[in-house]
Design a protein around this ligand. Structure first.
Ligand code: PLP
Length: 269
């Protein structure tokens, strides 16, 4: 695996030195008033940005929710500039971040923890409270906002409890999603994911790719039902499909063949 150096680019300016002061101290994004996308740059010659179109589609929806314009071709140009000349086999994290003040892209090596997570994760359930969210677009539930404090706190709590990741439960005790991933499970020969509508579950690009490949049912589910499933996975752009090894300390079956198939599908555009 070849190395990749940290890179920063600013919309309208292009690449700047990594440690340039690109964000003003009072940027709204620093208060969580912004939105972002995290994409995988994956292997190959040359390495490619996985599902750029789908990520830019969601980026556009986030911009619309913020009432901000989004010049898609300018972002495409920025992405092309920051991912050019990558050595064959590079795996990297591309992050696009926008607020009313600043629009940037960064490229960084894939963290080791992400790579390890692909082999399987130990997960704990954490309450997130609300059962349904009202049809209130001003709550920005469909946007991937940069107000990630709750998501990061959940991951910290999971690690504090000796796990790798968390699975949010709603007030009725039904599973929702992980702080940075959607949930998929297999039961009685069918693929399932929790219902998204009105539940503040982010529509993931990885889940959409898997759904297009296999057909997935939206099924309400409690943790004890998950434990009786034939396997569960956390789906996200960087890890692809991470098999859930344990849930609250209880083992789940891990199917290597399904994991390999899901991982291949997760890398497709
Ligand atoms: N759910 C949440 C809350 C997320 O933050 C993410 C990604 O960061 C996902 C799901 C998975 O989305 P994707 O598959 O597009 O990476």
């Amino acid at each position: 695996m070849q190395g990749v150096r940290n890179r920063t680019a600013v919309l309208g300016t292009g690449e700047v030195p990594w440690d340039s002061p690109v964000v003003p101290a009072d940027d709204p994004g620093l208060r969580g008033d912004g939105f972002f996308e995290t994409l995988l740059v994956h292997g190959g010659t040359p390495p490619r940005v996985v599902r750029l179109r789908e990520h830019l589609d969601r980026f556009e929806r986030s911009a619309a929710a913020f009432g901000l314009p989004l010049d898609r071709s300018a972002w495409e140009h920025l992405v092309a500039g920051i991912t050019d000349d990558l050595p064959a086999g590079t795996e990297a994290v591309l992050r696009l971040t926008a607020s009313a003040g600043t629009c940037t892209a960064t490229l960084r090596p894939l963290p080791d923890g992400v790579r390890r997570g692909r082999d399987g994760v130990h997960v704990v359930t954490l309450a997130r409270g609300t059962t349904t969210v009202p049809a209130a677009p001003w709550l920005l539930t469909a946007a991937k906002t940069s107000s990630y404090a709750v998501n990061s706190a959940a991951l910290r709590e999971a690690r504090h409890r000796g796990a790798d990741d968390a699975l949010f439960l709603d007030a009725a005790g039904e599973v929702l999603e992980a702080p940075t991933a959607n949930l998929l499970w297999r039961s009685e020969g069918r693929w399932h994911t929790p219902p998204q509508r009105d539940r503040d579950v982010l529509p993931g690009t990885t889940l959409a790719a898997v759904t297009a490949g296999f057909g997935v049912h939206e099924t309400p589910c409690r943790p004890d039902e998950l434990l009786r499933s034939d396997g569960a996975w956390l789906l996200s752009s960087l890890r692809g499909a991470a098999p859930v090894r344990t849930l609250d300390g209880n083992p789940l079956p891990v199917d290597r063949a399904f994991t390999a198939t899901l991982r291949r599908t997760a890398l497709q555009d």
